[in-house]
Design a protein around this ligand. Sequence first.
Ligand code: AMP
Ligand code: GLY
Length: 421
Amino acid sequence: MNILLIGGGGREHALAWALLKSPLTERLVVAPGNAGIAAIAETTALNADDHAAVIGFCEANAIDLVVVGPEAPLVGGLVDALEAAGIAAFGPSRAASALEGSKGFTKELCSEASIPTAAYRRAATREDALAALAEMGAPIVVKADGLAAGKGVVVAETVEDATAAIEACFAGSFGSAGAEVVLEEKLVGEEASFFAVTDGETVLPLATAQDHKRAYDNDEGPNTGGMGAYSPAPVMTEAMIARTMREIVEPTVAAMKARGTPVKGVLYAGLMITDKGPELIEYNVRFGDPECQALMMRLESDLATLLMAAAQGRLAGETVAWSDEPAMTVVFAAKGYPGPVEKGSEIRGLEGLDGPDTVVFHAGTAKDGEKLVAKGGRVLGVTAKGATIAEARDKAYAAVAKVDWPGGFHRTDIGAKALNR
Ligand code: AMP
Ligand code: GLY
């Protein structure tokens, strides 16, 4: 089949790499892609916000399946537009994307379906938020309701810090995403990410992962989109996965269906494993990045078959096989990330790094003539698989050491917590 993949990050490079292993994939086009993706697949400069242009491209190129990587086009309703035009698409509708796009929406769904999550209050005005804070006290978590690129959450230890976070939201720090806030009880435990795939009715567990959100070693520095990941997450035992499916993911899929807005695609549950069990911190409706890179290294099933089955409502009876071997991704970011970064610095030394157990996935890369250059915040995801997490880490860091890119930086402690458990 002919597949159009939307996106241009490390997640999409990993998805493209996995889709190309499928005998079903005849042609893969990625929009916009990046330099690494362009080395393995066709790329094109489609604007995902221009639904008519995407539909026109699909019709002109006999595209059988569109796979949407990032959240923005999902929240923008790309899947609704494609399906209305009779084109199969992997990913949720605009309405179902509210699971990621509105924290208040998800919290209400959780209370309706008795899904374990932190106690919360929604507030649409500064006064209501401050009144709720006065009742709830600190520590407390203040969240902008909408999409804020991972920056809209403040875990406040004091009422003063929480007040400042509320004032910032209503002063417009996050634009329309901060027009409403959610105040939450602070959960204590170990965080983990859980991925499932659903066609709106059937839901299959995929795999677990651990992200590293802070920019620098020892979880210091600003929050980022993710500086490294490994899969599986040791805290997610078989029993914990079964509870997460039964208590969180299956009730979510059932509640979305009952509301008439079934959720299709990936459900990525951010969890806190507390002493009571798994509790939902948040949902994303797409693969995580960089988590997806580690996941794709471990996936043994045919990705094209799986995504098409989910898009067409045929997941019942499908199974997904994973390598038992752990995988790890170390993100190489441009200096300055997650703040402003310099673009155009040359990256060398990637030749010969890719092998059966190591792949350098590209995120913000481009070609400048013959040179490979950085053109974004997160630039490479050096990913490796090994018999143990320690071996995966050693292989990933051995490859990282060969990358010659003075304009970049990476954490040196990805996986350290799993190794010190
Ligand atoms: P989110 O964008 O909702 O994933 O939140 C970002 C980060 O804030 C999470 O990965 C957690 O580390 C932290 N966080 C969010 N909500 C809570 C909570 N209720 N209790 C403790 N930590 C939280
Ligand atoms: N790595 C976190 C995310 O993709 O949201």
